[in-house]
Design a protein around this ligand. Structure first.
Ligand code: ADP
Length: 369
C-alpha cells in the first residue's frame, strides 16, 4: 500500500503531486469534480464528496495513508477510515484543532499558549459584555476571511449572528504584522522547522509572503518556531503545521490560527528552500526522514495571483518571463474570478527590494496585465 490518498482537489493537492513525482509516491485523489485543480494532474482520481464516507472509502482503497488538501472532512469519517486500517495523517484528534476555532482556542489557552483574549458568544449581549471593538469568527468552515467579522459598533455583529453559526469573539489585535511559523512532523516525533515568514494580507486574503520575516528579532523567531514545535508535538500533528501569528507592537507573538496541511505562507519553499513544504508534508505522512528546510537564497518573496483583469493566464507567460526571467510561476488551472487564488509567483535572490519588486511585477502582469 504505497499509495497516499489525498482528499480534496485544490491547488495544495496539485502541488503535492509535483513532489510525489520525485518521491515516486503514487497519489490517489478524491476530487470535487473531474476538472478541478488537482484532478488535472493526478491521473488516479475519483470524483466524490469528502463528507460522504463511501466516497472517502473509495479514495482510500489501497492507500495506507490518507492526507488532505483542506480541513473539512468530518472527524467521525476519519475515525471510520482509521478503524478500517487506513492512517489519516494528521489524525482526527489533531485535525479537530484546525477544524474548529473554539476547540483550538480552548486547547491553546489550556496549554498556556499566548492567544488574543477570546470568548464563546451566542448573543449581542455576550458581545457587549466581551467589549468592542472585537472580531467575531465562526468556529467552523471559515477560510480566507470568510466567517470573520470586525465589529466596531453593536450593529456590525448582525451579519455574524444571522449566519446561524457558532461564534467566538476575539479582541481586535493591533498587530504590527502577521507571521507564520511552519513545521513538518513525522509520526515518531521528528520535526523540521521552517524559517518564520511575514505574511501580508489584503481583505482577509494572503497577498504576499516574505521569507524569512525581515528584521524579526532572532529571539522572537526562535520563540515562534519553538511554539510551533510545541503545538505540533502536544497536538500530535503529522504532516505540515502552520501556526499563523500576530506580532504585536510591543514585540509579543499571539497565535491567530492553525492549519494542518501545506499552507499559503509556505509556497515560497517550492523554489526557495532545500525541501519544499509539499515534499516534507508527503515525507512526513509517508513516515520518511524529513528534508532540511534551509533557504536556498537570503530572500524569497511569494506573491499570490488573485484573479483580476487577465483571463488568459497562460497567454501572459511570455510577458512575465520577458520582464522577470527568473520568476517562478505556479498556475493552479482554475478559472479566473475576481480575487480568487489562481496562482502564485516566487522570486528568490540576495537583495530584498529587488526580489520584492520583481515578484510583484511578475504577479502584477498575471493580474492586471
Ligand atoms: P480565516 O480562517 O478566514 O483565515 P483568520 O482567523 O485567519 O480567518 O482571519 C483572517 C484575517 O483577519 C487574519 O489574517 C487577520 O488579518 C484578521 N484577523 C483575524 N483575527 C483577528 C484579530 N483577533 N485581530 C485583528 N485581526 C484579526
Amino acid at each position: 500500500m504505497a499509495r497516499v490518498a489525498v482528499i480534496g482537489g485544490g491547488q495544495l493537492a496539485r502541488m503535492m503531486q509535483q513532489s510525489a513525482i520525485g518521491l515516486g509516491l503514487r497519489l490517489r485523489l478524491l476530487a470535487e469534480g473531474p476538472d478541478v485543480s488537482a484532478a488535472q494532474v493526478i491521473p488516479d482520481m475519483i470524483v466524490g464528496d469528502h463528507t460522504v464516507l463511501t466516497d472517502l472509502e473509495a479514495a482510500a482503497e489501497g492507500a495506507a495513508v490518507v492526507t488532505f488538501d483542506h480541513e473539512h472532512v468530518p472527524p467521525e469519517h476519519l475515525r471510520a477510515l482509521a478503524a478500517a486500517g487506513h492512517a489519516p495523517r494528521p489524525g482526527p484528534h489533531a485535525l479537530l484543532y484546525a477544524q474548529d476555532k473554539g476547540e483550538m482556542r480552548s486547547r491553546l489557552t489550556e496549554m498556556g499558549v499566548p492567544c488574543p483574549r477570546w470568548a464563546f458568544v451566542a448573543t449581542a449581549a455576550d458581545v457587549a459584555e466581551f467589549g468592542l471593538p472585537a472580531v467575531l469568527k465562526t468556529t467552523r468552515g471559515g477560510y480566507d476571511g470568510k466567517g470573520v467579522w470586525v465589529v466596531r459598533e453593536p450593529e456590525d455583529a448582525e451579519d455574524a449572528f444571522s449566519s446561524g453559526a457558532q461564534l467566538i469573539a476575539e479582541e481586535l489585535v493591533d498587530f504590527r504584522r502577521e507571521l507564520s511559523a511552519q513545521i513538518a512532523r513525522r509520526p515518531g516525533g521528528e520535526v523540521v522547522a521552517y524559517p518564520v515568514v511575514e505574511s501580508r494580507q489584503a481583505g482577509g486574503v494572503c497577498a504576499e509572503v516574505v521569507a524569512p520575516a525581515p528584521d524579526l528579532d532572532p529571539a522572537l523567531a526562535e520563540a515562534a518556531a519553538a511554539l510551533a514545535v510545541r503545538v505540533a508535538t502536544e497536538l500530535d500533528v503529522v504532516g505540515m503545521l502552520a501556526v499563523e501569528l500576530f506580532e504585536t507592537a510591543d514585540g509579543r507573538i499571539l497565535v491567530n490560527e492553525l492549519a494542518m496541511r501545506p499552507h499559503n505562507t509556505g509556497h515560497w519553499s517550492i523554489d526557495g528552500a532545500v525541501t519544499s513544504q509539499f515534499e516534507n508534508h508527503l515525507r512526513a505522512v509517508a513516515d520518511l526522514p524529513l528534508g532540511p528546510s534551509a533557504p536556498l537564497r537570503p530572500w524569497s518573496v511569494m506573491v499570490n495571483v488573485l484573479g483580476g483583469r487577465v483571463e488568459d493566464l497562460e497567454g501572459q507567460l511570455p510577458a512575465v518571463f520577458e520582464a522577470v526571467p527568473h520568476a517562478k510561476v505556479h498556475l493552479y488551472g482554475k478559472a479566473v474570478e475576481p480575487g480568487r487564488k489562481v496562482g502564485h509567483v516566487t522570486v528568490v535572490g540576495d537583495d530584498l527590494d529587488a526580489v520584492l519588486a520583481n515578484a510583484r511585477r511578475a504577479a502584477g502582469l498575471l493580474v492586471d496585465g
